[in-house]
Design a protein around this ligand. Structure first.
Ligand SMILES: [Mn+2]
Length: 350
């Protein structure tokens, strides 16, 4: 498949890369005054870990900061937020052009640089880009942060944050900073399994563990703390599994009755779409979810090509349904029911 599809956050002529050193970002943060820390909506372990790691590091230095999260977040992740952490949440997009209480002196945007991932703060941020610093490890992003460190060699944003914290002189062994950084490093590398987990990742993991990050405890809290409702949905999803494109694409479906009978919510389904990728012949997986009448969510995942071979570009597939994302992970929505959405998917795959 071609990779010519434009990402919705592409800005013509803009190059998303570092325009400052970690030391320069550190200097800005040190003298930042009141720092507001934002990350992408629906924060994952790396987003939360980076926000908490920066927040706790600044607190150690006596620099005021607070974290503001947007959209749903996994309850297990939220349990990583400590009582002394200043973390608040915006769950629904507010009907206001003032999504941020107060007026911070400096804004730090971590684990993303994409305008489209920063709702409901996008318009508010557009008026303040010169007062925004970015710390990220993604290859694509926009002009959100006037000053930014973007290190795509890093497996997690928490890894990209470490040189900034080191430049600040933060003691990673204090204030549960290592735990927050480990959370992002572990979850963004699939607990050190993904190809992004090279020697530097293991070196950093060792440093963080020596600083008190309790791997077993974090693993149990994040990965072994699912609800029975999630497993009921996993069973139903696997029970619905069919194959398209001669077995290369796995398709699973979850409908209104599945939600009603299990009591599960959307947040409890995270990662279920990945499960069929464990099948040798499957190259891409699609999960169709109808949680409300007349609206179906499509989640796409694909495997990297083996030995540099070809792979399914699910970003392109999602774009055919008005969605997007990355080549190996993307999503879309259709304002139709589950059966109609399935029909459209099978036609697109044919
Ligand atoms: Mn990340």
């Amino acid at each position: 498949m071609s990779q010519a599809v434009e990402h919705p956050w592409d800005e013509p002529g803009f190059v998303y890369e570092s325009n400052a050193t970690p030391a320069e970002v550190a200097d800005r943060l040190r003298t930042g005054g009141d720092v507001l820390i934002l990350t992408h909506q629906k924060p994952d372990g790396d987003a939360l870990g980076t926000a908490l790691g920066l927040h706790r590091g600044l607190r150690q230095l006596g620099v005021a900061s607070r974290v503001l999260l947007s959209g749903p977040i996994d309850a297990n992740l939220l349990s990583m937020v400590g009582e002394s952490d200043l973390v608040s949440r915006v769950e629904q997009v507010p009907e206001t052009d003032r999504p941020v209480p107060g007026e911070p002196d400096l804004v730090a945007v971590v684990d993303t640089g994409a305008w489209t991932q920063l709702d409901p703060f996008t318009d508010w941020l557009r008026a303040r880009t010169e007062r925004v610093v970015g710390i990220d490890h993604h290859a694509r992003g926009g002009s959100v942060a006037g000053m930014r460190v973007v290190d795509v060699r890093c497996a997690s944003a928490t890894q990209a944050l470490v040189p900034v914290l080191d430049a600040l002189g933060v003691d990673l062994c204090g204030d549960r900073i290592a735990e927050a950084l480990f959370l992002g490093l572990a979850t963004d590398t699939g607990w050190f399994r993904f190809s992004s987990a090279g020697p530097e990742v293991y070196r950093l993991a060792a440093r963080l563990m020596e600083c008190g990050a309790d791997k077993d405890s974090i693993y149990a809290r994040i990965e072994q703390n699912a609800t029975p409702a999630r497993f009921a949905m996993l069973a139903r999803a696997l029970g619905s599994l069919t194959y398209a494109d001669h077995g290369a694409v796995a398709v699973m479906r979850l409908g209104l009755e599945d939600f009603a009978e299990t009591g599960a919510n959307m947040e409890e389904l995270a990662g279920i779409v990945n499960t069929p990728l464990e099948i040798g012949t499957v190259r891409a997986s699609v999960l169709l979810t109808q949680a409300e009448q007349g609206r179906t969510k499509m989640s796409f995942r694909s495997k990297p090509g083996i030995d540099g071979g070809s792979f399914v570009d699910v970003n392109e597939l999602a774009a055919r349904f008005g969605g997007g994302g990355h080549v190996h992970a993307a999503g879309a929505r259709q304002d139709v029911g589950l059966d109609e959405a399935t029909q459209r998917l099978l036609e697109a795959l044919a």
